[in-house]
Design a protein around this ligand. Sequence first.
Ligand code: EPU
Length: 419
Amino acid sequence: MPKYIIQGGKSLAGTIAVKGAKNAALKIIPASLLSTEPLTITNLPAIEDIDRSLELISALGVKVDRTADTCHLDTANITTIELDHGLANKLRASIMFVAPLLARFNEARFPHPGGCVIGAGTRPIDIFLEGFQALGAELIMEEHFYHLRAKHLIGTEYFFPIVSVTGTESLLMAAVLAKGKTVLKNAAMEPEIVALANHLNNVGAKITGAGSPVIVIEGVDKISGGEITIMPDRIEAGTFAILAAAAKTKIVITNCRPDHLESLLSIFRHIGVPFETTSDTLTIKPAKQILPYNIKTHEYPGFPTDLQSPYTVLMTQAKGSSIIHETIYDRRLLFTDMLTQMGANIIMCDPHRVVVNGPTQLRGRKLTSPDLRAGISMIIAGLIAEGITEIDNIYQIDRGYEQIASRLRSLGADIKQTD
Ligand code: EPU
């Protein structure tokens, strides 16, 4: 099994460029199915989740032509409306293929999506199923598969009982080719949703309000092909910013959108991490001392759950106690056990809250990455620790961070991959 081996304590500095956003690309690839015309995607990150997504779309009959960070998708001839069971099981975002299939063919068959184990049981899809039914689809429960079909999707008004990112994106895509008007209320407001809506509008959709809690979609007859450049990954940018803060060093993060990281940067002001921004760069400067600050994860524009685990590592370096309150996923704090093994002083209050008492000197350990964001946090912890950290199950990290070892080496990190 491949591992990352990190010799901690090396001084880090320099410039690192952010790649295209995983959670934007994972929606744009399926959105190509809404049209019979080809789509060209640029700035596509080379990560495992994107490989899986392209394998899934290819199994539907789409011709995929990928070179470097560009990918052409020819969606003219779809051969099946059924998602491959084995592939869909590896990727939570396989659920994103359902809405475009249903919108274009009035039918989709799919297994329960797989992916990171970070939420209750297998992460639920009840909101998607309820929303598709509100748009007029019939749900048939088959052995191992959900089966949705409709004569034609009909515009509707739907209030999300829980704010859901992929739920919002799915109903948005389903409504684009529905007859009449759809109003989505209590919609998620993440920048990736705005990017998806802007792209769909560029290729013929009529969507207003994306980025606010109420999105209105006027159904259209046709979506065209076209081109799209994937936006920068705000979670990757935030992760590098936290690494720089924890290592108390200067790192310049380029190709990013600091305006998508306001919640993190407002906290940096409170905890004494100096930084400067331009429209597409973020420079973190060495902090003299890091102060503690409580966080509570929240839907955008609040503090992102995907930055909670790196921030928890940062708080092990703060002078004093901080409470980390994870409100979105009930298994995302379990990784703190690994930080405790590294010498952190962390008390788990309940599955949603830990108290971190700092500062503590972390020590290298042998660890296993339970999920993507916990995995990158162990890398950060390993880089600032004394001694050697070995991280197993690195597929979970490579799912979302392109060439992470070599990119960190360019900052001076001593990290290598062994097979
Ligand atoms: N939920 C339900 N029922 C549903 C859908 C969601 O109960 O049908 C619950 C979830 O269990 C969770 C809450 O609603 O407790 C919110 O989850 P949401 O649906 O917003 O999450 P998601 O859309 O599945 C996306 C990202 C996640 C990110 C969350 C929150 C993608 C592909 N995934 O997930 O990214 O953490 O939004 O911002 O966009 C990651 O990149 O590591 C990652 C997990």
